[in-house]
Design a binder for this molecule. Structure first.
Ligand SMILES: CC(C)(COP(=O)(O)OP(=O)(O)OC[C@H]1O[C@@H](n2cnc3c(N)ncnc32)[C@H](O)[C@@H]1OP(=O)(O)O)[C@@H](O)C(=O)NCCC(=O)NCCS
Length: 136
């Protein structure tokens, strides 16, 4: 097996591959999710190992203008802490810029500060969030 990681923008990812990737890191998978979501994306970056196995992913949503939103960063559990997510995010930022976006947003839980602020270079900002399902 070739140890090189192959990164791609808007590579075809099947729904089954996404389910497998999510389950690999202990996430809650949902069959049909990727098929439903992918059509609304500016694009996504995939990372595959030498056998073509999907090992990393990030999705880029956007407003059709200046703003892109990074979402659902994932690395296969067996491949974490090897710089893969840092690289998929770096590539996602480049593609968003090429598409004409000026701003790339992300939100995340505090324990990932070191990843998003440290490794990926995001800077802190004020942001807000409402969980709509919790509202009347
Ligand atoms: C978060 C995640 C995407 C990171 O992927 P990764 O490929 O392991 O990240 P990298 O190897 O590029 O990490 C670069 C640096 O970020 C930091 N970092 C990465 N994962 C971290 C974690 N879980 N906790 C704290 N810091 C982390 C470290 O400083 C790391 O450098 P180091 O390995 O030299 O210490 C991965 O842990 C994952 O898929 N988690 C489950 C899904 C998830 O929570 N996604 C985030 C959604 S907001």
């Amino acid at each position: 097996m070739d140890n090189a990681v192959a990164y791609a923008w808007r590579d075809r990812i099947t729904d089954d591959e996404m389910v497998d990737l999510v389950e690999s890191h202990g996430g809650r998978s949902e069959a049909g999710w990727w098929d439903r979501v992918s059509g609304h994306s500016l694009g996504w970056v995939s990372a595959r190992d030498g056998d073509g196995l999907l090992i990393g992913f990030v999705n880029v949503a956007w407003d059709g203008g200046d703003h892109a939103v990074l979402i659902d960063t994932k690395t296969r559990a067996s491949h974490q802490r090897q710089g893969i997510a840092t690289e998929v995010v770096r590539r996602a930022a480049l593609h968003a810029k090429t598409a004409g976006c000026e701003w790339l947003h992300v939100d995340f839980e505090t324990h990932l500060d070191r990843f998003y602020f440290g490794a990926c270079g995001f800077r802190p900002t004020d942001a807000g969030l409402i969980h709509l399902y919790s509202q009347d």
